[in-house]
Design a binder for this molecule. Structure first.
Ligand SMILES: C[S@@+](CC[C@H](N)C(=O)[O-])C[C@H]1O[C@@H](n2cnc3c(N)ncnc32)[C@H](O)[C@@H]1O
Length: 322
């Protein structure tokens, strides 16, 4: 894999070989990379499969620019579009792409976004509270941290961070307002957590920062629509692979894939389907769900990754609920 492109853009693509393997047999044409990031997965697919091109989407313009630079040698085999991934229809129409040969979603934040201090994503670097993936978006982490009532903040921390001490942290944040910098937020979180709990489970502010980032970027909101749209646009034989890093994301992926596999059929499993449900995908079995131990040791982002894969089929009546 080449090191060309923006030298400041560091992101190790997760399960890149397993993902590359999945797309060898798909029909020729465009595979959607819905989270192009630094272009690591895209580069691997373009290098490995000459019959494929990439439609790369990202809501972060800086990521798109870095990926374009890195992948310039592939010419028109890479097309990019700046949008949230639920804007897929608009991207395809603008680029005159009428169908997809597959799709990849590598959800969440890139190492680059975490590592560049001024983006304000990380409790490790002091910076203004920002956390916007799309820097044209008008609201940021500062609005969530300083604007939400305590109950709403606690719900965000609980739901998106699985934070046990959500209520205590939310109260401490409200009491410490205004909070303008990441280091200030990290200190407030640390002081709100009981001393014994601070010594377990990594940095005490990690879950709070993750939760606020998911809220600022409405990360879960766009996912069901985007996945459905990608399935609808994919040709039979095309594949869709999703890497998620949080249980809330993985649940959405599982639900969307299952609804497409069963056609939403609610008929009793022991009886034939009478509800006219239509199956649009089949689960691809025998694929690793998680990175190898070696990959997890070499890349801290890989530790929480979960992969799900389906293959698009011709629309067909379901044979009943599985
Ligand atoms: C984990 S990184 C992808 C890394 C990429 N696979 C690579 O190999 O370099 C996730 C990227 O998805 C983008 N992203 C996250 N949510 C998005 C959304 N809803 N729509 C579009 N882009 C999104 C982020 O800005 C980030 O650049």
């Amino acid at each position: 894999m080449s090191d060309d492109g923006d030298p400041e853009f560091h992101h190790l693509p997760v399960m890149v070989h397993e993902i590359g393997e999945l797309f060898g047999g798909v029909p020729s044409g465009f595979v959607l990379d819905a989270t192009l990031g630094g272009g690591g997965h895209a580069e691997h697919l373009l290098e490995r499969w000459p019959h494929l091109s990439i439609l790369g989407i990202d809501r972060d313009e800086r990521a798109l620019a870095a990926a374009q630079q890195r992948l310039a040698r592939f010419g028109t085999r890479l097309q990019v579009f700046h949008t949230r991934f639920d804007g897929l229809d608009i991207a395809m129409e603008a680029l005159h792409i009428d169908a997809l040969s597959g799709a990849l979603f590598d959800l969440g934040v890139s190492s680059h976004q975490l590592d560049v201090a001024e983006r304000g994503f990380s409790y490790r670097n002091d910076a203004p509270l920002d956390m916007r993936m799309d820097q044209t978006q008008p609201w940021s982490a500062a609005d969530v941290v300083n604007g939400y009532p305590a109950e709403q903040l606690a719900k965000v921390l609980q739901q998106y961070g699985d934070e046990r001490f959500a209520r205590r942290i939310a109260n401490a944040i409200v009491a410490a307002r205004p909070i303008e910098r990441t280091s200030q937020l990290a200190e407030v979180v640390v002081s709100a957590i009981p001393a014994a709990a601070r010594r377990t489970g990594g940095h005490p502010a990690k879950r709070t920062f993750q939760a606020i980032r998911i809220e600022v970027n409405a990360e879960l909101d766009a996912l069901p629509t985007a996945l459905q749209s990608a399935i609808d646009h994919t040709r039979p034989g095309g594949r869709l692979a999703v890497l998620s890093y949080h249980s809330g994301e993985d649940r959405i992926v599982k639900d969307v894939f299952r609804t497409n596999e069963t056609g939403g059929c609610e008929c009793p499993p022991e009886l034939p389907c009478v509800c006219d449900a239509v199956q649009t995908v089949r689960l691809v079995r025998g694929v690793r769900r998680t990175p190898t131990d070696a990959e997890q040791q070499g890349n801290r982002r890989a530790a929480s990754a979960r992969l799900r894969v389906v293959e698009r089929i011709e629309d067909s009546p379901t044979k009943g609920r599985r």
